[in-house]
Design a protein around this ligand. Structure first.
Ligand SMILES: Cc1cc2nc3c(=O)[nH]c(=O)nc-3n(C[C@H](O)[C@H](O)[C@H](O)COP(=O)(O)O)c2cc1C
Ligand code: SF4
Length: 785
């Protein structure tokens, strides 16, 4: 007889009833069971997890070597249970478990208040086999203590730095979460410094790297569990004798540690990776790194922030524009064909070429057509003073206005593109080459040709306004235009200080960027060159000579580019290191089409400028800058360009292909990728031009090239010594001449001619500095052939 079963689904049931119930409700039961188990698993897996095992060494913090100053006191009670407290088999065989809480990314956490008694604890970690790094770490801590002690304003913000030997500590206590301070009433923020010598044999470094990597990949903890740190920085020691380059292993482990720490801290790199060669430059490199790092440390301790540009405290907003805003200072670009097609369609109805004054009016109207449309084109400021008397009155009334007021769309547009606007009419911006050189990825062609170190170059203009609207200029549509100065004039001192501050601020924003090296970063904090060729026309600024004088007084070289539309200002120009004139076409019609000048007498102005340049050629290093645009100014124009060269007799002719820029905001001038010449086409043109010049008995030759920038340099025979080109500049000599003889002084460009052009930069060699790493636009490495 079947026994009756009492079940909790109610009543007395027989097994038959049970089966029947099961068949009827099994789906529901299964769903309930599945839901229950999933919930239980989720709850289990989100409970605070605990890491309990780790590969050796398993010394507790108590055994760590501490600085000979005051030892760091860490509250080991607050730390998780020691390994011994757990069953032995779990330690030996169980899965790796994680201790510590789940942390939200830094960005989502509330920023702590930095008022009150919060303090910063610097922990200096090191590894060392042959004691060099150990000694450095201890000296470093002593010096840091002394430096903080001597800083009355900040000393209360710091605990004494502590030194920790990576062979003695338990990584779990430092590299999963920041340690917890002893005194919970005084919040402490940790700042990690890691001094890492590289070893291509098994050392404690491998354990550390493995630990950092595992922690990052451990799915049970946040990928950036150290984001609670105030910041970190790594310094590597190596030996170039055995490992000459980074590719061959120089400081490779410091690079790795830096990379993993960036991930674990959510990119809290406070200062770029420093690297020193034990046998050569260790002292200098370490000194630079320590100095810069200490400044950042003090800033971070005072403000609780790593400063602009470092994630968690603001971003370098211009990075989005890295490639959108042209390659270099005076780059010219064409826009993406899709955008272009749209614009072309629109332009069928309203051409933007300025053929006469009516066109100007038409453009004004079209720009004003939809005043409420914020996405519409920026209104173009046009000065009519050279056209109609009645408008002259308007201009007088406008003289007190600012060129780029803060409230203007132009200001918004330029700052969005990464410019810092200084005063009311000047701007500064760091170019992509400056960023590239900071990361050891190559300098612009001006390094190959003239020895300009891109990471020490400031790109600026004291006049954001221009008198042309060149079809290929990526800035037009955003920058103001005019034929005469009719705005408030800012004093040169204010502009000079402002642009330097703006430049340095932008360099500092690169501090946390991967790949930036401490050595170049430190060098970049000393401007050596100034490219006066950003948006606008620098010689338009009424105090340009005073501004140049200020640059030179600080031994900053000046490369000034002008548009050949201001002969009076050009004639009055005092000493510059290198003087450029843009030559965008070889004849009047072509120039009108391509530069779209606002001056009616543009061609006469242009020719006068060439004559002035001819006169100046024994005083300044004069340069013609040609930008080749297929379909606009290449075909059948070789002869015409040769005429211009013959007229101006410049020291150099730089020929550059227009550059493609996928997201340019250029106002739609009917250009597309088809207008971008291939390098082979540029070299073909250059060879033809050089031949023409030689046929006319002019002593010019193909001197240098930078294939990456699609740029070639033709030089006058004046810069050829014993059959070798000397296109580079002796900057020191330039400043000596200036100081000896004044800005009107009597000297020739040959007097500050530099050393021989490096072999790799000469014609036929490509022009890429072999010391740099070559990468494509996405940062992928390219083999140099
Ligand atoms: C066995 C051995 C392997 C090394 N491997 C590298 C290496 O791969 N890359 C490098 O840059 N330096 C390498 N070095 C140089 C050391 O990193 C350098 O001497 C460092 O200053 C040593 O620091 P320490 O005295 O604190 O151990 C190596 C040195 C030794 C003895
Ligand atoms: S000269 Fe200076 S501003 Fe111009 S591209 Fe080179 S680094 Fe940039």
């Amino acid at each position: 007889m079947a026994s009756n079963l009492t079940t909790d689904w109610g009543g007395s049931q027989s097994p038959g009833d049970f089966l029947e119930f099961w068949h009827t409700h099994r789906e529901v039961i299964l769903v309930v069971v599945i839901c229950f188990s999933s919930t239980a698993w989720i709850l289990y897996s989100t409970l605070p997890t605990r890491r309990v095992i780790k590969q050796p060494p398993t010394h507790s913090v108590a055994t760590a070597k501490l600085a000979p100053t005051k030892p760091v006191v860490l509250n080991t009670e607050n730390l998780e249970a020691p390994v011994e407290a757990l069953p032995q088999d779990a330690v030996a065989h169980g899965p790796r478990r994680i201790k510590g809480e789940l942390r939200k990314p830094e960005a989502t956490r509330k920023v702590s208040s930095f008022e009150g008694s919060r303090r910063t604890q610097v922990l200096i970690f090191y590894s060392s086999l042959t004691t060099t790094t150990e000694k450095i770490a201890n000296d470093f801590a002593r010096n840091l203590s002394a430096s903080l002690e001597g800083d009355a304003e900040r000393k209360d913000l710091f605990c004494d730095p502590s030194v920790l030997d990576l062979a003695q500590i338990d990584y779990d206590e430092y590299f999963i979460n920041p340690p917890k301070p002893v005194d919970s009433t005084t919040p402490v923020e940790y700042f990690y410094l890691l001094l890492i010598p590289s070893y291509n044999i098994d050392t404690i470094n491998d354990n550390l790297l493995e630990h950092l990597q595992e922690t990052h990949h451990d799915f049970r903890i946040d990928t950036a569990p150290l984001s609670g740190l105030l910041g970190y920085s790594v310094f590597g020691l190596g030996d170039r004798e055995g490992w000459p380059t980074e590719e061959e292993g120089f400081c490779f482990q410091a690079k790795e540690v830096d990379r993993w720490m960036a991930k674990l801290t959510g990119r809290k790199r406070a200062y770029p990776l420093g690297m020193g060669d034990k046998k050569q430059d260790l002292k200098n490199r370490l000194g630079e790194w320590a100095e810069g790092m200490t400044d950042v440390l003090k800033l971070a301790a005072t403000t609780g922030s790593l400063g602009e540009g470092v994630p968690g405290s603001g971003d370098a907003d211009e990075s989005d524009f890295e490639y959108a805003s042209g390659e270099d200072d005076d780059e010219v670009v064409v826009e993406e064909s899709a955008t272009l097609k749209k614009k072309k369609k629109n332009n069928n109805k309203k051409t933007t070429n300025i053929d006469d004054v009516e066109d100007l009016g038409r453009i004004m109207k079209s720009n004003q057509a939809s005043p409420n449309d914020s996405k519409g084109p920026t209104p173009i400021a046009i000065d009519f003073t050279t056209y109609k008397k009645s408008n002259a009155k308007k201009a007088v009334a406008q003289t007190v206005k600012e060129m780029v007021p803060k409230s203007s769309p132009t200001y918004t547009s330029l700052t969005k593109q990464g410019y810092s606007i200084v005063g009311s009419h000047s701007g500064v911006k760091i170019c992509r080459w400056t960023k590239s050189a900071l990361r050891g990825r190559g300098s612009c062609y001006k390094y190959s040709f003239y020895g300009i170190a891109s990471h020490q170059c400031m790109e600026t203009t004291p006049s954001l306004s221009c008198s042309n609207k060149c079809v290929f200029c990526w800035r037009h549509g955003t920058n103001p235009v005019g034929t005469t100065w009719r705005w408030v004039v800012d004093p040169p001192e204010m502009i000079f200080e402002g642009v330097k501050a703006g430049h340095y601020q932008k360099i500092k924003m690169m501090r946390g960027v991967p790949g930036v090296r401490a050595e170049r970063f430190a060098e970049a904090m000393r401007i050596r060159h100034c490219a006066l060729s950003l948006v606008g026309e620098p010689i338009f600024y009424p105090h340009i000579n005073e501004f140049l004088g200020m640059l030179h007084a600080e031994r900053i070289s000046s490369f000034l580019v002008c548009n050949a539309q201001h002969p009076d200002q050009l004639a009055a120009l005092k000493a510059v290191t290198q003087l450029y004139v843009s030559i965008d076409a070889s004849n009047k019609e072509s120039l009108r089409k391509i530069d779209r000048p606002l001056h009616r007498d543009f061609w006469e102005r242009f020719q006068r400028c060439l004559d002035i340049l001819r006169e100046k050629r024994f005083k300044h290093r004069t340069v013609f800058r040609l930008t080749l645009v297929k379909g606009f100014n290449i075909e059948d124009e070789v002869e015409g360009y040769a005429d211009l060269v013959e007229r101006g007799l410049p020291c150099f002719v730089e020929i550059k292909g227009v550059t493609y820029c996928g997201t340019s905001t250029s106002a739609g001038a009917g250009l597309s990728m088809a207008n971008v010449p291939f390098y082979a086409e540029v070299t073909e043109f250059v060879t033809a031009l050089n031949k023409k010049l030689n046929e006319r008995g002019l002593d010019y030759g193909l001197a240098a090239e930078h294939a990456h920038s699609c740029c070639v340099l033709i030089a006058s025979g004046r810069f050829r010594v014993d059959g070798k080109w000397h296109t580079r500049i002796d900057y020191t000599r330039f400043f000596e001449l200036l100081e000896e003889r004044g800005a009107d002084g009597d000297w020739k460009p040959e007097d500050y001619m530099g050393p021989e052009t490096p072999e790799w930069a000469t014609w036929g060699k490509g022009g890429f500095d072999p010391r740099d790493e070559r990468v494509d636009r996405k940062g992928r490495k390219i083999e140099v052939s």
